[in-house]
Unconditional design. Sequence first.
Length: 192
Amino acid sequence: MVKLTGLKKIKTAVFISGSGSNLKNLIKFSKTKSSPISINLIFSNTSKAKGLRFSNQFNIQKYISSFIDYKIAEAKILNLLKKKNIEFICLAGFMKILSKNFVNKFSGKIVNIHPSLLPKYKGLDTHIKAIQNKDKVAGCTVHFVTAKLDSGKIIQQKEVKISKKDTPTSLAKKVLRQEHKLYPVAIKKIFN
Ligand code: GRF
């Protein structure tokens, strides 16, 4: 008998630029019964992204296109997404800002994970800012992607306590552990 489990999962692409720990976590989640998504494509704007190794490890197609020319890169990706019937996109440490044209084509179907409690600390260096400002809590946010950086509707957040001993590096590690828990929860929330 053919096992139907998983066949109707939402075809998803994950966009990365770096180490890909969130990607790996999403792949593992996607293989669980309760996941509404399957990961069918890994996209990176750089061949140096360490997370690309998960393409081989989990047998998922990868695609690399530099964003030196945004228009060309986005047109190529849009083509591939269409060809592969990708319906949903998770940004996971993707360091490029997608154009309004791209985002509008996937309106309500692109989400991002950001290492701060948005709307606080949009953009880069969130942990440095939180420590410099002597914040007591930091955290992470999963939100819908719009043309405005880190400003789309918030789906789910998780707080992390900042201790006096924390450095930007130790805080980043603590927050990343929570990111791995938060992303699957937020995705389930979208589709259930
Ligand atoms: C994460 O902290 C994510 O929130 C931020 O970049 C980092 C990516 O980490 N946007 P990884 O590549 O998933 O390990």
